[in-house]
Design a protein around this ligand. Structure first.
Ligand code: TEU
Length: 565
């Protein structure tokens, strides 16, 4: 299996990828059926969102048994076959370990509720009066982060849904149990893991009220988190595998520590700072146009400083918790194709490991459902109410949900233009955007200029050029409002990546001489303005970029050096 620096990882939202049973829900056999597609795209690893036994209150992120497969998704044999079939295609499977919390349906929590002290110590219970939660911390899905259990006269902590109880990682027994889970899947042949909100696992010894925020500053990147991750890695031997931690509201310094090889914690981290640039006042539920200057600033800081610290980024725009990037940072109507390709170029030429979320490689968009009844996510339905309690009209609340709902990314994979998009024979569990009639795998495979073929090319370029994987990175025109330009270089090659992140043409602050440079990839069919000679090598100047235009140029340093000698 490929090392993670030259790999591209594909995220499968298992419930929405492919239904093989006619239930209207995606399943494991559906994933097996589509492995050849992923191989064609050039994918090295697939990360599957949780398919473990679960009441599905948070679509599988509420795990009731880490070692069994929810019948909704298939059987253990199906999973074993998936691992084997993926392996045959040189695709490694990464499973999603939700270790910050379990479902309240988990056997451990049930024993805790029976009052068994050993299992109560698996969770974070605190004494208290029914009307007075131990702290004022807020759940990430809205409301208090504490739930009262009358017969125990205690509260338990849930940073997410009330049915997702936080585990007590300070209890060594919990850590041993979770190591067993990792080893179980490792022995089945899994090649990597994604660890859900893993920077929230270490809570401070004293829980106190937060008068500045929702409590996150006390438990994010908590006191023992690095120690616990090192221990998990050491005791399970996963440092030879691909591991990625999802880091909520984290800091750059911590991400260096999580991902630098000498610390032996994880291969890489997800952080979300760049996906909050359209949160007004930092509030996800307050809309604003993306602040492109801030987006650029975050990319510059994280790309350059992670490299300096020998850390490694997971680079991405989309996942199952985020609206579709093309609807958010691009233009999903007028410049659908151009902006989809531009966004891909920005990420795929970065230093780090790119993640493609299912359908992103097609330019799938937000569905823009017209009624709240079409939304499924617990967070969306909660916030629809909360927004109205805060004074929004129902229409305004719906508008916010349309833009911010996690369901934006959870609609079924668009395989073809048929009624249920080739996802299922039955009515899917969630609606399908109407544009599946032309945004779909079948049509895009036929069109050599499609977003799909562009992703395919980006993925193969990373494998071909070491400079894309590990080259140094330096940004140019740092204060330009729309042009995101950077130089990558290693001993052999130099790369110049130009992106116009806006909907109108942009002049370069100074023309860029193309002599000696070769166009590696670009998102406009005609090469006007590229200044290319017949041999594809630049002969003149690049002076401006068209709306959402991307151009990547390469020049071989060794040839240049030879010329100088
Ligand atoms: O998400 C963690 C997280 O903090 C955010 O994605 C957050 O849930 C969202 O943006 C709220 O605004 C992970 C999973 O990716 C998500 O699907 C789960 O619901 C969550 O953990 C709990 O397991």
């Amino acid at each position: 299996m490929r090392d993670f620096k030259s790999s591209t990882i594909y995220q499968i939202y298992t419930r929405s990828f492919q239904d093989s049973s006619g239930s209207g829900q995606g399943d494991i056999r559906g994933v097996i059926r589509r492995l050849d597609y992923l191989r064609e795209l050039g994918i090295d690893y697939i990360w599957l969102t949780p398919f473990f036994k679960s009441p599905q209150n948070d679509n599988g992120y509420d795990v009731a048994d880490y070692l069994s497969v929810d019948p909704m998704f298939g059987t253990m044999e199906d999973v074993e076959e998936l691992i084997a079939q993926a392996g045959k295609r040189e695709i490694g499977c990464m499973f999603d370990m939700v270790f910050n919390h379990t479902s309240t349906e988990h056997a451990w929590f049930k024993k805790a509720l029976e009052g068994d002290p050993a299992y109560m110590d698996y969770y974070i219970f605190r004494d208290g009066e029914p009307e007075n939660p131990p702290t004022n911390w807020q759940s990430k899905f809205g409301g208090s982060a504490w739930e009262y259990v009358p017969h125990l006269k205690k509260w338990y902590l849930h940073l997410f849904d009330v049915t997702q109880a936080d585990l007590n990682w300070d209890n060594p027994k919990v850590r041993r149990e979770l190591e067993k889970v990792v080893l179980f899947w490792k022995e089945k042949g899994v090649r990597g893991f994604r660890f859900d909100v893993v920077n929230l696992i270490s809570k401070p010894p004293l829980l106190e009220d937060d008068y500045e925020g929702d409590g996150r500053r006390f438990y994010t990147d908590g006191p023992h988190v690095h120690e616990y991750l090192q221990e998990l890695t050491r005791n399970t031997g996963i440092d030879a595998m691909v591991t990625v931690g999802e880091m909520s509201s984290t800091s750059l310094d911590n991400c260096i520590r999580y991902s630098c090889p000498e610390n032996r914690e994880l291969s890489m981290c997800f952080n979300f700072h760049h996906l909050k640039v359209d949160y007004r006042g930092g509030d996800k539920w307050k809309l604003m146009e993306p602040d492109m200057a801030e987006l650029k600033r975050l990319f510059m800081v994280w790309q350059e400083d992670m490299a300096k610290g020998d850390g490694w980024n997971a680079v991405f725009w989309c996942n199952h918790d985020q609206p579709r990037a093309i609807s958010r940072f691009g233009d999903d109507r007028r410049y659908w194709k151009e902006s989809g390709k531009m966004l891909a170029t920005v990420i795929h030429m970065f230093r780090g490991t790119p993640y493609v979320f299912q359908g992103e490689e097609l330019g799938m968009t937000n569905p823009c459902f017209e009624s709240i009844s079409q939304y499924r996510d617990v967070e969306s339905t909660n916030y629809y109410q909360i927004l109205q309690e805060q004074g929004c009209t129902a229409k305004e609340a719906l508008y916010v949900i349309q833009n911010r709902s996690r369901d934006n990314s959870r609609t079924p994979m668009q395989w073809d233009g048929s009624r249920y998009a080739g996802f299922s024979d039955a009515r899917p569990w969630i609606g399908i955007p109407e544009n599946h009639t032309y945004i779909n795998v079948e049509d895009e495979k036929k069109d050599p200029d499609s977003i799909f073929h562009y992703y395919k090319r980006l993925i193969s370029l990373r494998k071909e050029y070491g400079v894309i994987q590990e080259g140094d990175i330096e940004f140019l025109h740092r204060s330009h409002p729309r042009i995101l330009a950077y130089r990558r270089s290693d001993e052999e090659n130099e790369l110049m990546v130009w992106n116009n992140m806006g909907s109108t043409a942009a002049a370069l602050p100074e023309p860029f001489g193309l002599w000696g440079w070769k166009l590696l990839i670009g998102n406009y069919e005609d090469e006007d303005g590229a200044g290319l000679g017949d041999d594809g090598v630049g002969k003149s100047w690049l002076r401006s970029l068209r709306p959402y235009e991307s151009r990547v140029y390469i020049r071989n340093k060794t040839i240049e050096n030879r010329k100088c000698e």
